[in-house]
Design a protein around this ligand. Structure first.
Ligand code: ADP
Length: 477
């Protein structure tokens, strides 16, 4: 059993460990206990990051490359082991866990390369003889608050660019998944980073999160989590005029039109709605289907959904693991109930018993819904998708855009004209044609519009916007 200690100023700090890390596939399997840190410990981590910031800001591209490349290589070499840990503590299937671990490694590799490619602009001034240089500088200490659904990839996609662009870090991972954050920081602790550049603090978000958000020594906050927490963080950062980046919920539409390839559409929706137990902010939760294909689509998706093997995340053959915890399971079931009360026809969506005691449920499809129903307005964050029948593409697009969110939007069609129109007119940060709404590459920007995201994009070269500040220098030689 592990004791997940805080990592502050280059030292693993003994703290009273009290938060159990429980396997959602088998509650008798406790992986370890995480530190429950005080506000004072969070202050110590912030101080350590603040002290280390100038040294790392002055590091060379080669030093940054070496650190990031080391971390990426080790994660990739250990992807099976880390993927297993991930699946054990979060509940996604083993192939999904290994895939996520590999992704974390690839992210570090990508930013290792980016560390060598930091270029600025040199322009002629409008004034004779004057030269202009536009360069990027580190922001300073960046605070990171991460959720439980991607326990290694999300910390990776925040930490890697932060280090690439010369910042120091305080990471506060989600309470439910201390193991992956601990493993990641353990690798970072051997990467050659100066002490204090990366710090890890476990604890209750509501207690130590605000310390990180409000500290004057923390210059930027990158947050992924729920809408209410995100709004609170944005307000606090606004008061402090602090840089902030939020990734929050989704209610992602997948449009299926009459001319779609039925098998492809069913596969995309099955994946988008139910893989990773639907616990992805990019999950396809509103399936908007035109009437000519509606019945065939619903029948085929129902058959495919019922055939999904739900079970222990580490068991070979499992296609959908458990829900992350009892609270989330109850929330999912209550949304299914609400949908049924609002006259939706529910298929699946029941608690399941398996050999081990865990948080299992069957995937749920709610048909005969309209877009005004709660099931189509609020994010469930579980294996629950609804079907909305529409007349034609125009109505489908209008329904797709009629939402407070705007993370990912998909369409299944064989028409180039409709695909092009949808790409141009879907109100979302990411648009998918004949692909699930979830499942993105690691080297291109990630983020949404409307209530889904706030601030500049994460990942790819666009990450530089958040992790740097721009300086324009004028010289008269
Ligand atoms: P979820 O409901 O998916 O767990 P949360 O927004 O509650 O989403 O949690 C996402 C992250 O935000 C977690 O790391 C959590 O500990 C942290 N968090 C929760 N409340 C606060 C808060 N008031 N201030 C800062 N961070 C918080």
């Amino acid at each position: 059993m592990m004791d997940y200690k805080n990592y502050i100023g280059g030292t693993w700090v003994e703290t009273q460990a009290s938060q159990a890390n429980v396997n959602p596939s088998d509650v008798s399997d406790v992986l370890g206990h995480a530190a429950k840190s005080s506000a004072e410990l969070m202050e110590q981590a912030i101080d350590a990051a603040h002290q280390a910031a100038p040294q790392w800001a002055a590091s060379t591209p080669q030093q940054r490359f070496d650190v990031l490349d080391f971390v990426g290589s080790e994660i990739l070499a250990r992807k099976e082991e880390l993927g297993r840990l991930l699946s054990r503590e979060e509940g996604k299937t083993l192939p999904e866990g290994i895939g996520e671990a590999a992704r974390a490694g690839q992210i570090f590799k990508f930013f290792a390369g980016e560390a060598l490619r930091q270029a600025g602009d040199r322009l002629a001034s409008v004034r004779p003889g004057v030269e202009i240089d536009v360069t990027r500088s580190p922001v300073g200490v960046v605070g990171m608050i991460t959720p439980w659904n991607f326990p290694i990839a999300i910390p990776a996609w925040k930490v890697a660019p932060a280090l690439c662009y010369g910042n120091s870090v305080v990471l506060k991972p989600a309470e439910l998944v201390p193991g992956c954050a601990h493993a990641l920081v353990e690798i970072l602790s051997r990467s050659g980073l100066p002490d204090g550049v990366v710090n890890l603090v476990f604890g209750r978000g509501s207690e130590i999160g605000p310390v990180l958000v409000e500290s004057d020594k923390v210059k930027a906050i990158s947050f992924t989590g729920s809408v209410p927490t995100g709004r609170g963080i944005a307000a606090a950062c606004g008061q402090k005029l602090k840089k902030v980046q939020l990734e929050m919920g989704g209610k992602n539409p997948m449009v299926v039109v009459d001319d779609a390839d039925l098998n492809l559409a069913v596969d995309a929706c099955l994946n988008g709605a139910f893989f990773s137990t639907g616990q992805r902010c990019t999950a396809s939760s509103r399936l908007i289907v035109t009437e000519g294909i509606h019945d065939r689509f619903v029948n085929a998706l129902t058959d495919a959904m019922k055939a999904l093997k739900v079970g222990h995340a580490l068991e070979a053959g499992t296609q959908m693991g458990p829900v992350v915890d009892e609270r989330q399971l109850q929330q999912n079931l209550s949304y299914v109930e609400v949908a049924a009360k609002e006259s939706g026809r529910v298929i699946g969506g029941e608690r399941l018993n398996r050999e081990t005691e865990g948080f299992f449920m069957s995937p749920a499809l709610v048909t005969d819904t309209d877009n005004a129903m709660r099931i189509n307005r609020e994010e469930v964050f579980g294996p629950v998708a609804s079907v909305i029948r529409v007349k034609d593409y125009d109505e489908a697009l209008a329904v797709a855009n009629d939402t407070a969110f705007g993370l990912s939007a998909g369409i299944c069609t064989t028409s180039l004209k409709l695909a092009s129109h949808f790409k141009a007119n879907a109100e979302a940060g990411m648009v998918m044609v004949n692909l699930p709404t979830a499942g993105v590459d690691y080297h291109v920007p990630f983020g949404g519009t409307k209530g889904s995201s706030f601030g500049s994009r994460e990942q790819g070269r666009y990450a530089a916007e958040f992790y740097t500040t721009v300086k324009t220098a004028y010289t008269l030689p």
